[in-house]
Write a protein that binds this ligand. Structure first.
Ligand SMILES: Nc1ncnc2c1ncn2[C@@H]1O[C@H](COP(=O)(O)OP(=O)(O)O)[C@@H](O)[C@H]1O
Length: 174
């Protein structure tokens, strides 16, 4: 099968709570692209390598996740959602969107998700220090990394339109 026969591969990354899964799921509803939630892929295949005692969650086995997705990513047409971005092969993605949310809004979203203490504070700090944005800029060509603000429903709609028009442009030119 030709490379990217099913369309472009898009990475949506950002601190937990910035709205990745909301944006990615809605994009898949409004396009022909396929939603790939890395947390779900790990869960379905039991692709873990141990327990993280600090954050009290499973640690995903990154190498096995990559092996699991390699063929699908080669075909193209995927929207990948994950809160980290440096371990993926750079060649997988045609564009990378990093979602950003103001600290106080993010704090409230994570608190209502049930995050408390260190987990809550560390995630808000991760956003304050632009950790994921820098990780994306270090891992991919600068011109394919785009920051998207995701504080309000209006911004969500703007982001949907931006990404959908990028997908249309990609399809028209490939
Ligand atoms: N642009 C936005 N404006 C308002 N609320 C949003 C926006 N994006 C996401 N949300 C809300 O924030 C919460 C976290 O979003 P979610 O998509 O689960 O984030 P992530 O996948 O990055 O962890 C959800 O309750 C979602 O409805």
């Amino acid at each position: 099968m030709a490379a990217r026969a099913h369309g472009p591969n898009i990475l949506i990354t950002g601190t937990p709570g910035t709205g990745k899964s909301t944006l990615a799921a809605e994009l898949c509803q409004r396009s022909t692209l396929n939603y790939v939630n890395i947390g779900e892929v790990a869960k379905q295949g039991d692709l873990y390598e141990g327990w993280d005692h600090i954050y009290e969650c499973q640690m995903i086995d990154e190498d096995r996740v990559i092996d699991e997705l390699e063929e699908k990513m080669g075909q193209g047409g995927n929207i990948v959602d994950y809160h980290s971005c440096e371990f993926f092969p750079e060649r997988w993605f045609d564009i990378v969107f990093v979602l950003r949310t103001d600290n106080s809004i993010l704090y409230d979203r994570l608190e209502s998700r049930g995050y408390t203490g260190k987990k809550l504070e560390d995630n808000v700090q991760c956003e304050i220090f632009q950790t994921i944005l820098e990780e994306a800029r270090d891992s991919y060509k600068e011109e394919i990394v785009h920051e998207l603000f995701s504080n309000t429903p209006e911004e969500l709609e703007d982001n949907l339109e931006k990404v959908l028009s990028w997908i249309e442009h990609w399809k028209a030119t490939h």
